[in-house]
Design a protein around this ligand. Structure first.
Ligand code: SF4
Ligand code: SF4
Length: 506
């Protein structure tokens, strides 16, 4: 469908490198002997393990429960036995370890009982959100934000439009493209659920024009859904980073999300097409989120493609399955070349946010020592948020965090356009990530010290109140004692006086 489109400043037209992984249909990664499941696979509080070592579990059984509001649970991706609950390396740029549950699979892949639910019209928004939360669903576009929260606008926001993000603008990544080509009806199931949960008037499925097969498949599936009359497929130009939330909204509606604001502030909610598919499976088929489509690609991957992979599958097994040429310890990228991050080891599990494993970037330039900034301004021209990366760079480098805030550091979406075009090869995004982390650490420290000060003030206030109460009690006790002494003395005096009178009369 054609519609007048808006635009955003900057951005880049990149070589897609997507063909390599779209030549074969989605394949299933075979079940591995061991599955390692980090308790933190989403933004928010980590889940809490509810299983013990030695316990037998079924496929789809909850093994960790959500903790706090911004959190979701975790489910066993296959049947087997819990063999460990403890530290294990996780896919993180810093090489961190974190608490994980390890399952030794039994090869039977036995499911829990699943509740199939074809008619969802009787379910309330609240019930739908609860089930989506129970199913452990998070945004599968890469960020991992719990989906039930984005489906709950609250009383202060009204959602006009739901956007399904099928832009997938990063080079190499094709998992959304392939899921739209092959599972369009499943995505429509999820869109139906999301629309019911949000009670929205309009829905747009946005797809970049470099995915003609996905566009046809989604249009065909949509045409068969009478209950999705308010929904349309909109084809948008291929330009990086159109798939980022705020840029996609600008392209589709011409509206801008306020600085440091939410898409909800302008009545819009976005979900990734893969997330919609997971929501459909959860609500209509009773399946929690236990796997995802992962693109495995790059010039060193012999059988590149998209693989339905259970969470916890060791990455080295996935790479071996694709016959990847990679020297031990040679880094690879999780995510795309622009926004992904390098991982050094491969004894790491596939998690909910692992959209792509990239081994060998085709046109990678030798990394050289960055040269001094020549103030060419190319970075500012490329920035899709109209920031001034050169200034941000100076202030991040000199750790002047106040100034980085003044230059709207937190509006930076870390798209990497500035680093990509910089002729001096300055890794600008790395400076911005560092400055953001430092600022957040400082804010946390400030919060901690504010809390400590408030606690200290409260304690002093309580101690003073207790001292005054004690003094008042003592004063009252003394007064009561004095009064009783006086009464006693008075009584004695009266008695003495009476005795004296008796004597005189005698
Ligand atoms: S692109 Fe690089 S060299 Fe040019 S102004 Fe920006 S930081 Fe400086
Ligand atoms: S990484 Fe940040 S500063 Fe650089 S182009 Fe993207 S949004 Fe702009």
């Amino acid at each position: 469908m054609t519609q007048a489109l808006g635009s955003f400043p900057g951005g880049l037209v990149l070589s897609g490198q997507k063909k390599r992984s779209t030549q074969t249909p989605i394949r299933r990664m075979p079940l591995t002997k061991i599955l390692v499941l980090p308790l933190q696979q989403h933004i928010g509080e980590p889940a809490v393990a509810i299983v013990e070592i030695g316990e037998k579990v079924l496929k789809g059984q909850k093994i960790a429960a959500a903790e706090g509001h911004v959190s979701v649970g975790l489910h066993a991706p296959s049947s087997g036995t819990i063999t460990a609950v403890g530290e294990h390396p996780i896919p993180h740029p810093s090489g961190l370890s974190a608490t994980c549950i390890t399952i030794e699979t039994d090869g039977e892949d036995r499911w829990i009982d699943r509740q199939v639910n074809e008619d969802i019209s009787q379910l309330s928004s609240h019930e739908l959100r609860q089930r989506i939360r129970e199913a452990g669903i998070v945004g599968l576009g890469g960020a991992g934000f719990p989906s039930f929260i984005k489906l709950n606008p609250g009383i202060h926001h009204h959602v006009e439009t739901l956007i399904l993000n099928g832009a997938e603008c990063e080079p190499y990544i094709t998992c959304d493209d392939m899921i739209m080509r092959e599972r369009a009806q499943g995505i429509m199931d999820g869109i139906e659920v999301m629309q019911l949960a949000l009670n929205v008037k309009n829905c747009v499925i946005a797809i970049e024009d470099n995915k003609p097969e996905a566009i046809s498949a989604m249009e065909l599936a949509l045409a068969s859904r009478t209950q999705l009359k308010n929904t349309k497929v909109v084809v948008i130009p291929t330009r990086y980073p159109t798939g980022s939330e705020k840029q996609l909204i600008q392209v589709l509606t011409g509206k801008q999300v306020p600085s440091r604001g939410l898409t909800l502030d302008i009545g819009i909610v976005l979900h990734n097409v893969g997330t919609a598919y997971a929501v459909g499976r959860a609500i209509k088929h009773g399946e929690p989120l236990i796997s995802r489509i992962v693109t495995v690609t790059g010039k060193d991957v012999k059988h590149a493609g998209n693989f339905e992979t259970l969470f916890g599958t060791p990455i080295h097994e996935l790479l071996a399955f694709c016959e990847t040429k990679r020297q031990a310890e040679e880094p690879f990228i999780q995510g795309g070349p622009m926004m992904g991050y390098n991982l050094a080891g491969d004894n790491l599990p596939v998690t909910k946010t692992a959209n792509c494993i990239l081994v060998g970037v085709d046109d990678a330039t030798e990394s050289t020592t960055p040269l001094p900034c020549i103030r060419c301004g190319d970075c500012a021209d490329a920035c899709p948020v109209s920031l001034l990366p050169q200034q941000l760079y100076w202030h991040s480098r000199s750790k002047d965090l106040e100034k980085t805030r003044e230059y709207n550091l937190f509006d930076c979406i870390e798209c990497g356009c500035c680093s990509y075009v910089c002729p001096s090869q300055i890794p600008l995004v790395q400076y911005f990530r560092f400055a953001k982390t430092e600022t957040m650490n400082q804010e946390q420290e400030q919060q901690k010290s504010d809390h400590a000060r408030i606690r200290h003030d409260n304690r002093q206030e309580r101690q003073e109140r207790e001292r005054l109460e004690k003094a008042e009690k003592q004063r009252k006790r003394k007064a009561a004692l004095a009064a009783s002494k006086a009464a006693k003395a008075k009584k004695e005096a009266e008695a003495a006086a009476e005795t004296q009178t008796d004597k005189q009369e005698t």
